[in-house]
Design a protein around this ligand. Sequence first.
Ligand SMILES: [Zn+2]
Length: 125
Amino acid sequence: MYQLFVEGHFDAAHRLRNYHGRCESLHGHRYKVVVRVEADEVDRSSGMVCDFGLLKKYLKDALSEFDHAYLNEVPPFDETEPSSENLAAAIYGELEPRLAREQTRLSCVEVWETPTTGAIYSRQA
Ligand SMILES: [Zn+2]
């Protein structure tokens, strides 16, 4: 099995409504998002699973609504907490149907809130 990954970034503000601590105050992050896809085979002629450029385009499109935004005002985070966990799941949901058209499976989405903390969402057990 092969696994590919691409990395993207966005800057955004948020506050956690139901958290009691520093993160309940308005603050910002430069989020790092890593998308991993997997495939059983590579294309014989290109030697590739999928074009990195295409994966980066899908990721950039998925992140565009969050970039330079106040996440608490952007659906679904106007109703759910804009946590790293929920961000990872939302980005996964955006990417899954797009990648279904390629010869790849979406493996997981990582959202890094800081260089040392983040969340990973995957549908796999
Ligand atoms: Zn935060």
